[in-house]
Every structure is written in structure tokens, then in C-alpha cells.
Design a protein around this ligand. Structure first.
Ligand SMILES: [Zn+2]
Length: 450
């Protein structure tokens, strides 16, 4: 898109002249974001123009997922990273998760010795008093705990799964729980929806979630849903795609999703898919490939929640919401609830409705605008690839490939749900935890043993 033409009337007023000053005052002023948005739209439009003008077989080549290059890039990262990665020294379990999960999505098996090295490394990140730090000897933190546990579940071996010290992890989580019920990221750390999700997701996955950990979390998350419909990091902040996914997924795992205003949440997320076909993370922000997962998965989760949505619509939910109601969760800590079942039952439910976003268009954005020819994926054209965006672009691609399946459909999805050659089809994930579904089933069985 070109900048709007603002040709001055003839003769052009010159600087210092009152007419020029008046005109400068009246001229529409574009914000930095508006200018950036126009540049992104122009770049994306150029790419799509080439696709639309191409012959059918060229189109098919253009829409290919460059599996081999991505596998090469991710596998290499597991063995060696440039010195510039020292800035991520407190995020090393995340690096493991981004690469190991992305490779699992591509159905690539790791060498056993690489898997063992990762398990040994993560064991050294495990604190003696519970939880995982960003590296050996670092303070345990809920985000790196989530990354470490998801990595170990994705590796899925007996050694990997039994390396998680569930008893001390449970105690760590209890220590991270504040008086409101919400979690803080680490000792003395920030309290937010991300901390709540990472704690609840991990606790559910390894089957340590109980009434004590769950107490009050749902009410805290509900207070973070904004007037826009999305969920913010903390009460009174701005709705954001990452927190919306975290809040919604945690509420489902807690079996308290009906506390959210789902129609307005769906409305907000669906409208974050922009003219570029990718998602933006917040209203009026630029498109970014990683939100293919955060927003794409959030809206995909709601496809299984239509019964609740319909009930809320029928009862004009927002009008009936009691002002500042109960301070505790609906489930009392004395009730025996099998929390891990909520995640397991959810994935068995079929979608009650087709995709509530343009799932094919999202695949087009990821394949054409987020892939880097040398391997790896990125935020948007003009940006560099990185492991984080590789992980979340591929996770979003998987979600969008499977989101068109409804009740009667069979798995794997039919080719018309998969943009480009059928070889683009990735492994399906459990969208509440973002781990590949087969790995989830193995872990569920493992942690259900008493
Ligand atoms: Zn991003």
C-alpha cells in the first residue's frame, strides 16, 4: 500500500509562512505504528501478488513447508549456539522446548544421546527445593519450569519423565501461590496470568493439580478479562494474545471456563486476524507469526466450548454477571476433583463448530511470510528467524491445519484443510499444553500410575 497522497495546493506554502504552519497542523499525522503497518502490508501484498500470478505448480512449490531446512536449523541449535545467545542464559529450558517441540511437530526423532544430554541438562536446572531455573544453579521460575516439563514430556522416555521431582515441584508451586490464589513467577516475582497458566498447565500435566493449587486462580483470571474481550496479564491492563491463550487454557484446565465472557473473547481474538492473514497480539499492533499460536490456538479452543457459548448468549451473560462475586473458586479445596481429567476429557471432545478464524489464510501467512529459506521461521517479512518464532509459527500451523475438523470428520484432516502439498501436514498438538498429542498421551498414562 502507498502512503496516502497529500499533494499541497499550488503554490506550495513554504516553511515559516502561516499557511504552511496551518497546513502542517491540519495534515493527518500518522503514528509510528501506522507507518510501520503500511510498510508491512506493502511487503506482504508483494508476496501474495507473486502467488496469485503464479502458475498452479509454481504455487504449490511456493506453499511448501521447507521441512528439511527447518529440521537442519533446529537440530543444529540443539548442539551449538552462537555467543550472542548469552542473553538467553536465563532461558535455557525455553531454548530446549522451542527446538525439541518444533522438531516433534515436524515428526523428527532426536538421537538418543542428544535426548539424554537434554534430560541431564534439565536435571541440573532442577532446584533441590523444587521447580526449574533458567540454567543450572539459577532461581527456580514458573516459566522455565513449564518449558522444562514440556521438553521432558516431548522427549517422553522413562528417564525423562521420571526425572521430574513431582513432590518438590508441588511444594515450589505452593510457595509461589499468593493470598489471592494467583501465582507469582518466582520468589518475590511478578504475579500474572502467565504464572497462573504455567503453574496450572504443569500441575495438570504431571497430575499434581489439586484444590489447594487451584484455589482462587479462576477468579483472578476472570478479573483480567478486559472490556475488549481478551485477557490481560493482570487486572486493569491491556488485552493481549499471549495472556488470552494462557488465561483461557488455564480456565479450561480448572473447569471454570464459564466464568469468562466467551462470546466477547471469541469476538476479540477473531478480529485480531488482519489483512495480512496472520494475527496481531493486541489491538492496533503489527502482525506477528508467533500469534498464529497464541491467538490461533485460543480461538481453536473455543470450538469445543460452543455449549457454554450458547448458554451465555442465551442468558445475556454479561448483564447477569454478579458484581465482584465470590472471592474463592467454585471448587472447594475439600472436594476430591480429578483435575488431570479436565485436560484429558477436553481433547476427546470434538469441535462443535468449524474454525472461527480463517485457518487457510493463516497457513498462507505462515508459509509465505514467516518461513526463511535457510530454515527457521520468523515474526514477519524483514525480520530474522529465531527458535521462539520457529516453535510458535509451527505450533500455529498445526492448529490451523486441524481446526477445520468437526464432529464427523476423521483424523488426519482432508487435504483441503492443509494449504500447499499434503506433506505440509504437521503432528497434531494438545492445544491446552502445546505438546504433541502422542507425547501427551504417554505422559498422561505415566503420571496416572500410582
Ligand atoms: Zn512474535
Amino acid at each position: 500500500m502507498d502512503l496516502p497522497s497529500q499533494s499541497p495546493p499550488h503554490p506550495p506554502p513554504h516553511e515559516g509562512c502561516p499557511a504552511a504552519d496551518r497546513e502542517a497542523d491540519e495534515a493527518p499525522r500518522l503514528t509510528v505504528t501506522q507507518v510501520e503497518q503500511m510498510k508491512v502490508e506493502a511487503k506482504v501484498a508483494d508476496i501474495y501478488r507473486v502467488l496469485f500470478g503464479a502458475a498452479p505448480n509454481t504455487k504449490s512449490v511456493m506453499l511448501e513447508l521447507w521441512r528439511d531446512q527447518h529440521i537442519e536449523y533446529l537440530t543444529r541449535g540443539l548442539k551449538y549456539l552462537e555467543p550472542s545467545f548469552r542473553v538467553l542464559d536465563a532461558n535455557r529450558p525455553w531454548l530446549c522446548y522451542w527446538m525439541v517441540h518444533a522438531l516433534a511437530l515436524l515428526d523428527e526423532t532426536l538421537d538418543e544421546d542428544v535426548e539424554d544430554d537434554i534430560v541431564d541438562f534439565l536435571s541440573r536446572c532442577q532446584d533441590k527445593d523444587g521447580g526449574y531455573g533458567g540454567g543450572p544453579g539459577q532461581l527456580p521460575h514458573l516459566a522455565t519450569t513449564y518449558a522444562a516439563v514440556n521438553t521432558l514430556i516431548t522427549i517422553g522416555s522413562e528417564k525423562a519423565l521420571s526425572s521430574i521431582n513431582r513432590d518438590s515441584l508441588y511444594k515450589f508451586m505452593l510457595r509461589m501461590k499468593g493470598t489471592s490464589g494467583a501465582f507469582s513467577m518466582h520468589e518475590g516475582g511478578e504475579i500474572d496470568v502467565r504464572a497462573c497458566y504455567t503453574a496450572i498447565s504443569v500441575a495438570s500435566l504431571i497430575n499434581i493439580l489439586d484444590g489447594e493449587l487451584a484455589r482462587g486462580v479462576g477468579n483472578y483470571i476472570r478479573r483480567c478479562q478486559t472490556y475488549e474481550g481478551g485477557i490481560a496479564g493482570e487486572p486493569y491492563a491491556e488485552a493481549h494474545g499471549g495472556y488470552t491463550f494462557c488465561g483461557l487454557a488455564a480456565m479450561i484446565l480448572l473447569n471454570e471456563v464459564d466464568k469468562l465472557d466467551l462470546p466477547s473473547l471469541i469476538d476479540w481474538v477473531a478480529f485480531r486476524q488482519g489483512v495480512e492473514y496472520g494475527f496481531q497480539g493486541r489491538t492496533n499492533k503489527l502482525v506477528d507469526g508467533c500469534y498464529s499460536f497464541w491467538q490461533g490456538a485460543a480461538v481453536a479452543l473455543t470450538q469445543k466450548l460452543m455449549t457454554v457459548v450458547e448458554e451465555q448468549l442465551k442468558s445475556s451473560y454479561s448483564n447477569k454477571r454478579p458484581p465482584g462475586d465470590d472471592a474463592c473458586g467454585t471448587i472447594s479445596s475439600t472436594e476430591a476433583v480429578h483435575y488431570a481429567k479436565f485436560g484429558s476429557d477436553f481433547i476427546k471432545k470434538s469441535n462443535q463448530i468449524g474454525p472461527l478464524f480463517h485457518n487457510i489464510a493463516l497457513q498462507q501467512y505462515i508459509l509465505l511470510c514467516a518461513q526463511v529459506l535457510e530454515g527457521g521461521l520468523r515474526d514477519k517479512p524483514g525480520k530474522n528467524r529465531d527458535h521462539y518464532h520457529s516453535c510458535y509459527c509451527l505450533s500455529g500451523l498445526s492448529v490451523s491445519q486441524y481446526s477445520a475438523m468437526v464432529d464427523s470428520d476423521v483424523c488426519p484432516p482432508l487435504p483441503q484443510h492443509v494449504l500447499g502439498p499434503y506433506s505440509n501436514l504437521l503432528e497434531p498438538i494438545h492445544p491446552l499444553y502445546n505438546v504433541v498429542i502422542d507425547k501427551y498421551h504417554t505422559a498422561y498414562e505415566f503420571f496416572s500410575r500410582e
